[in-house]
Design a protein around this ligand. Structure first.
Ligand SMILES: *[C@@H]1O[C@H](CO)[C@@H](O)[C@H](O)[C@H]1NC(C)=O
Ligand SMILES: *[C@@H]1O[C@H](CO)[C@@H](O)[C@H](O)[C@H]1NC(C)=O
Ligand SMILES: *[C@@H]1O[C@H](CO)[C@@H](O)[C@H](O)[C@H]1NC(C)=O
Ligand SMILES: *[C@@H]1O[C@H](CO)[C@@H](O)[C@H](O)[C@H]1NC(C)=O
Ligand SMILES: *[C@@H]1O[C@H](CO)[C@@H](O)[C@H](O)[C@H]1NC(C)=O
Ligand SMILES: *[C@@H]1O[C@H](CO)[C@@H](O)[C@H](O)[C@H]1NC(C)=O
Ligand SMILES: *[C@@H]1O[C@H](CO)[C@@H](O)[C@H](O)[C@H]1NC(C)=O
Length: 209
């Protein structure tokens, strides 16, 4: 059987194939990126739907699907991968709860919602945010126990929970947070003795408990 292989000549005869291939490659790349930014958008829209009071209409006007989430108020995206890396909703007079979908912001390193009226308990999924370095929930009305998987946030450097109504024991897994520098737990309803595992955190420089 004779087999004619046209491939070596094909590129020469049809030079448009090369740019076409790049275009296809780029389109696939774009599709992958936008698929993931959709996950982030989904997570933030879930948060928006859990905001029951937004007196300055900040999210109501800015968090619109007609613009990229990277341009939404309080949202910062990474310059390389265009995923949400920081969320800062501090002092916006917001009332609401935290949905488990927020844990889908898998590139999040900075989460600051201090000085609002967030309430309810925290979804355990929150500790899936393994890139988190900064977590500030201070001066809200959170209740319930802090997820016992706290120790999974292994990159955490600052944990700020002051002025809430958290109850129960501080998770013993806090001792696993070997990068923790700031720990603000004061003005809560934590019970029991503070876990001795805190003493194992040598990185700790500021502590209010
Ligand atoms: C995008 O999401 C897909 C799954 O939806 C995942 O396999 C892929 O690693 C993600 N890419 C980036 C750059 O996060
Ligand atoms: C977070 O947002 C508040 C109010 O919008 C602003 O004052 C503060 O500087 C922001 N923090 C950072 C680290 O961008
Ligand atoms: C909290 O918000 C109030 C206004 O609502 C502002 O005056 C105060 O400086 C804020 N405190 C912090 C620690 O951001
Ligand atoms: C986001 O999180 C929710 C709840 O944790 C989950 O059901 C959902 O499948 C996740 N993924 C996406 C893409 O929203
Ligand atoms: C707590 O937040 C409220 C606004 O939600 C603000 O009026 C108050 O000054 C804040 N208190 C502290 C101690 O930051
Ligand atoms: C979180 O930590 C628990 C043990 O404390 C472990 O069983 C679980 O697999 C961890 N989850 C993730 C996502 O790392
Ligand atoms: C967390 O700490 C406990 C002991 O406090 C240890 O048994 C466990 O292996 C640690 N987990 C991780 C993921 O480091």
């Amino acid at each position: 059987m004779i087999c004619i292989l046209p491939t070596p000549n094909l590129m020469a005869k049809t030079p448009f194939l090369i740019p076409l291939m790049f275009l296809l490659l780029f389109a696939t790349f774009r599709a992958t990126l936008s698929a993931n930014i959709t996950i982030d958008e989904f997570a933030l829209l879930a948060l928006k739907s859990h905001i029951t009071h937004d007196p300055h209409n900040l999210l109501a006007t800015s968090w619109s699907t007609s613009v990229s989430v990277c341009n939404w108020i309080g949202v910062t995206c990474g310059s390389r991968h265009h995923r949400v890396i920081a969320l800062n909703l501090s002092s916006m007079d917001l009332t609401g709860t935290i949905p488990s979908q927020l844990a889908n912001l898998s590139f999040l390193g900075w989460l600051d919602i201090h000085n609002n009226s967030f309430h309810g308990s925290l979804p355990t999924e929150l500790t899936n945010l393994h890139r988190l370095k900064y977590l500030n929930f201070g001066n809200n009305s959170f209740t319930g126990v802090f997820p016992s998987t706290l120790g999974n946030l292994s990159k955490l450097e600052r944990l700020v929970l002051y002025r809430n109504d958290f109850k129960g024991q501080i998770p013993i897994t806090i001792g696993n947070l070997s990068n923790l520098e700031w720990l603000y737990l004061d003005y809560n309803s934590f019970s029991g003795s503070i876990s001795f595992s805190i003493l194992n955190i040598f990185s700790l420089v500021k502590r209010f408990i």
